[in-house]
Design a protein around this ligand. Structure first.
Ligand SMILES: *[C@@H]1O[C@H](CO)[C@@H](O)[C@H](O)[C@H]1NC(C)=O
Ligand SMILES: *[C@@H]1O[C@H](CO)[C@@H](O)[C@H](O)[C@H]1NC(C)=O
Ligand SMILES: *[C@@H]1O[C@H](CO)[C@@H](O)[C@H](O)[C@H]1NC(C)=O
Length: 391
């Protein structure tokens, strides 16, 4: 009899413990008033946490950009209509904002809204267009800890695995060129008289900047004519003095990023300086797989396809001498395949327009346990400052 009572007490104790846990979990966690209560979720391997469904308050159509990137007024988007939302830098609009965007350089403990104001229906967005390599080694921002602990709901970067994909190509290039078609190719190719162009200002700041410099040195040594301009060659002014015809004359542009194998890190060097200017991009930095995902089919040359810079130089000289073979790099314009058309569709929306669309329609409440993990969890080649890292 006594044994039975002990067991009853024990079972009741266990049951009430379970009930209490479930109760706390359902009221506190899902009510979700502060980030602190979510800490135990960090054990999960997923980089973001889906919380529950929510109906967005669509009467809040402002997107508040907390500050211009690096607080430089000419940086960042211009204020105004973003396709149904209003982009603004006016912090008094905070209560009317459906989303607040924090560029990584805007972090400042004192002015952040988090201590004074947090509306669970408002989406806090982390934004970066720089590679983690640059942010760590160029700007010495080693962690984003102020952004951790579920502060951030959505990420918005050049990476395709961001919540809001915000690529460097913003429809100004690819869609416009496809619309113009063969006419565009012929007008561009008629002016080609020189081989390769490279403009660069960052020579030794990062592992990637040193490696790309070595690579282009080797190309030049192997006999490839590369006109190199910019801060690294003390001839910035010479570049400014190039005529429009000179600028149109180059067949290739060295789209060499400042970081190697950072996920999806492909910038205006590829889009604006190469594709948009009618120059075939020669890519160093992002993996070939990433470039294939982000670029029109057959539009580029990747350095990883060549054993040595000399082999690449040889191939580029061959293309320089064979117009038919060179022109094949523009086939995607006249005859785009399905993937290219799909990509063009994706690029019709800029990051900010995509954010607006998602903000007005997204029903999933979520937050990132650690935005540092999201941003810095990269392979060693991307993140290291040492040159000799193996993939
Ligand atoms: C939605 O947001 C607007 C503007 O901030 C506010 O006036 C309104 O009360 C909100 N509605 C709900 C249901 O929260
Ligand atoms: C030039 O390129 C075309 C297309 O790739 C190829 O068929 C042709 O054989 C090449 N000509 C020479 C002389 O290499
Ligand atoms: C945003 O994150 C906060 C803090 O984790 C959370 O309380 C809130 O529910 C999230 N909101 C949305 C809309 O995802």
């Amino acid at each position: 009899m006594q044994l039975f009572t002990k067991w009853t007490v024990f079972v009741i104790f266990i049951l009430s413990a379970i009930v209490t846990t479930v109760y706390i979990y359902s009221t506190e966690v899902w009510k979700n008033t502060t980030a602190l209560k979510f800490r135990f979720f960090r054990r999960t391997s997923s980089s973001k946490m889906k919380l529950t469904n929510f109906i967005a308050n669509t009467s809040r159509t402002y997107i508040l950009f907390w500050d211009h990137p690096w607080s430089v007024p000419t940086e960042g988007i211009s204020e105004g209509n973003l396709g149904g939302c209003m982009g603004t830098y006016d912090r008094s609009k905070l209560p009317d904002a459906g989303a607040v965007v924090f560029h990584y350089s805007n972090l400042d403990r004192e002015s952040m809204p988090w201590k004074h104001y947090r509306d669970p229906d408002q989406i806090f967005v982390f934004s970066s267009h720089e590679s983690p390599s640059y942010v760590i080694h160029g700007e010495h921002r080693h962690s984003m800890t102020k952004f951790d602990d579920h502060f951030i709901n959505w990420t918005m970067t050049y990476r395709t695995d961001s919540d809001v994909f915000a690529p460097y190509e913003q429809s100004k290039v690819m869609n416009k060129i496809i619309d113009e078609g063969g006419k565009w190719i012929d007008s561009k190719l008629a002016k080609k008289k020189k081989v390769a162009l490279w403009v660069v200002s960052n020579c030794a700041l990062l592992r990637g900047s040193k490696m790309r410099m070595k690579y282009t040195d080797a190309l030049v040594e192997a006999g490839l004519p590369v006109d190199r301009f910019g801060g690294c060659f003390n001839n910035k002014d010479d570049f400014k003095e190039l005529s429009a015809d000179d600028m149109e004359a180059y067949k290739f542009y060295l789209a060499f990023e400042n970081a190697q194998y950072c996920k999806d890190y492909m910038t205006e060097k590829f889009w604006h300086n190469s594709i948009g200017a009618g120059r075939v991009p020669v890519v160093w930095g992002p993996s070939k797989k990433d470039v294939e995902k982000l670029a029109p089919t057959g539009s580029f040359i990747h350095t990883d396809d060549f054993k040595t810079p000399a082999d690449l130089a040889k191939y580029l000289l061959y293309l320089d001498s064979n117009y038919t073979a060179y022109r094949e790099y523009f086939n995607w314009i006249e005859d785009p395949d399905e993937e290219t058309l799909e990509l063009a569709k994706t690029y019709k929306l800029t990051g900010a327009y995509r954010l607006c669309k998602m903000m007005l329609s997204n029903r999933v409440r979520q937050s990132h346990p650690s935005v540092s993990d999201f941003f810095y969890n990269e392979n060693k080649n991307c993140i290291s400052s040492q040159e000799n890292v193996i993939k």
